[in-house]
Ligand binder design. Sequence first.
Ligand SMILES: [Zn+2]
Length: 872
Amino acid sequence: MNRVSTKMSVGSVGLWVLWCAVGTLFGCAALRADEPYARSRNYDLQHSRIALRFDLENKKVIGEVTHTLALLREGLDQVSFDSVGLQIHSVTINKSAAKFETTPKNLIVHLPRAGKLGEKYDVEIQYEGRPTKGLYFILPDKDYPNRPKQIWTQGESEDTRYYLPTYDYPNDRLTTETILTVPSDWLTVSNGKLMSTTDANGGMKTWTWRESQPSSTYLFTVVAGELVEVKDTWRNIPVTYYAPRDRADRLASNYRRTPAMIDFFSKKLGVDYPWEKYAQSMVDEFVEGGMENSSATTNTAASLRNPKLQPEYPMGEDGLISHELGHQWFGDLVTTKDWGNIWLNEGFATFLEFMWTESHFGRDEGDYQRWEAIREWVSQHNLYAKPIVRRDFDDSSEFDGNAYGKGALVLGMLRYQLGDDAFYAGLKHYLELNRGKNVVTADLIKAIEEATHTNVDQFFDQWVYGAGAPKFEITYQYDTEKKQVAMHVKQTQQKIEGRVGLFCVPVEVEITNATGPKLYPLTVSKAEETFTLPSATDPQMVLFDKGARVLKSLEFKKEVKGWLYQLKNASEVPDRADAAVALGKVKGQDEAAAALGDALRHDNARGVRVVAAQSLGVLETPAAAKELLNALSSVAEPDLRSAIVQALGSFQENSEVAAKLAAVAKKDASYRAQAAALEAIGKIKPAGAYAILVAAVGGDSPDGYLRESALAGLGSLGDDQAVPLLREWTLPGKDFDSREAAIGSLGRLKKDDKEITRLIEGYLREPHLPVRIAAVFALGTRGDTSAIPALQTLLNSNDLSSEMATMVQGQIERLNDRSGQGGARAGVAGEPKEVAPKNSEDERLIHLERLVQEMNDRLKNIEGRLAQVAKP
Ligand SMILES: [Zn+2]
């Protein structure tokens, strides 16, 4: 799945940054951990016939399911299904009434007598329920009377049991027949092939879907509602897209590259797309970014970007689309046996995103995406001590940055070390050996070894079963007499017994001197070692791990002229991007700013240009401001313009910058740049900022794109006269994006005004998830501890997803920390030392809030995976 969930919980790689920040600052307490080990099975569920009807008024599901199962134990006299909150009306076994009982988590059905090994039974269950998760009703209400009606499910990880009594763990596979009776003008989507639609009584219609290839129950899906369909094909396989009825025009334009992706993955993996159709349904208020249900992905409707904004996002929704599509092989056709090995689903899906980027947008873009993923993983300190395969996820989700980002990067390293041919032969063998099966990491190792005859045990030991990554410290000296470079390599990571050790990794060192570049392959394995390499003259550039092939952190002390040379001359994007980052730390030298300005305007790779803009923002010198302003007058690409404007937002008290930002905020050819300028002027607070932001709130733009940024800008600006306007935009009936921004900003103003706290608390009770989440975070930011009881009440209610519960818990802890700190400060009153931490804590909170806002933007944008990672 792709956790680009609602606007606040935001996902894929971005989410992990947010979680990390929230987790580090306030402690993350997950309230429910998924079962880490696969269960032992008593029976094999082979087929389920699932007939569902819906009572819309009462948000009820009325179900009749027939499970065909075979016993895996001699003498078994009962079978148990996962079932939470469902009212079971009757159970029959082979059509005869059966005894059953329910517990809070299970339905236990008694067999008529002790059964025999292999004996088959049809167990039919009649039930109904008002699911608190797993199945969701999105319906019009008094505030949003025109919303298209939608019902959708989200099974992963352990939520199918909230609307269907079943075997709800990945280590079993079954075929399904799904029979959905809905109003006759609705469409439905489920796994597999559409077998029939027939008229039913009372203006209803019954849809029958059949999935003939077995898959796990968390991959089961139902989508139904007032939807529109657009049809496409790939090699005679139906490829379909669905949207809520009012957004038909957004389907083809955002999703049109799907058949090309299916084709690319089929060829590259050597295994054709394995299902009978591929549907993608985009639904409102979806609780994840996307979910790879077998043959029928569900994605957030936020991926249906307004056609007027699409030209500003050249990579479109491809990150999300390729991720979920990639799962159809890795996750659905071959499925992890347990949650401890979830990287076999998520690491591969993320790796396939990288593959698509590289193939469709070019090698430079692919390298940049990988470089950013490395940087992002390294910045998430809470991941370091955890191996990719782990079972101890009771204090944090197993769907973490190790399963996704690190998993993908590890596969990238394996590809690099084995070479493309061997690597893809290994994947093909793995898919063919295990198709239709559940796997653990050992199955991947075995397949790769069989296909390539290369032993990869050490590789997997250190990267997958072991934790962390190497931290290198590099220095070198040139010996003019011996004409040699002595390169000193140190691994400085803390050893964590049994988890992080010394790494043995191949790296390429490139030495460039007067005669040109030369590459030296080395293997680094010791805590400290020195490599002696020939060089006819003193090198102009030495690259350790050319092209950043290895997941690592690197401290390589170079002179400024070395970085300048590297930024201009290194042949690969990651090395130039590294140089751009390093030059952003060289204060007081206008040469660095000039070089970054040059790269910003002229580098061949978009990624390097973005990093150059960011580094100029970090420099914060007058020369850096000048470079950014110059670039703004010549650079036309919207994503670059927006990166430049964002960077300008770090220049306080520079009148030229302030004037330029005000001008861009009022008018620009790029909506993205204009939005960034609105947020930036909120931050740097130039004279006239309030009037500009208020005018932008009242202005018009596609989907209120600029209004949202203006509302966010008013929160950063901190001018209390914005309160009435913000209040107005929090009201039910306004669009969700504006409400979220307004609620977030309102939380930051008039912090002593309890009435505002009460108003925001009121939004905790809204049925609309994005509004609730905005209110949760706004209360945390506000710091008014009187909001704790309201958050606690929400936390105690039974209808929160585990992710949402974690968010609420995090904000309660944030408020508790604040009140605790107040006490501590009182105890040492007068000590100036105590003031500093509070301020820095405030800054961190503001930082976090900015992060949340940027995530917001990114969710709306779902910009591939990785645009500019949260960098206020
Ligand atoms: Zn995924």
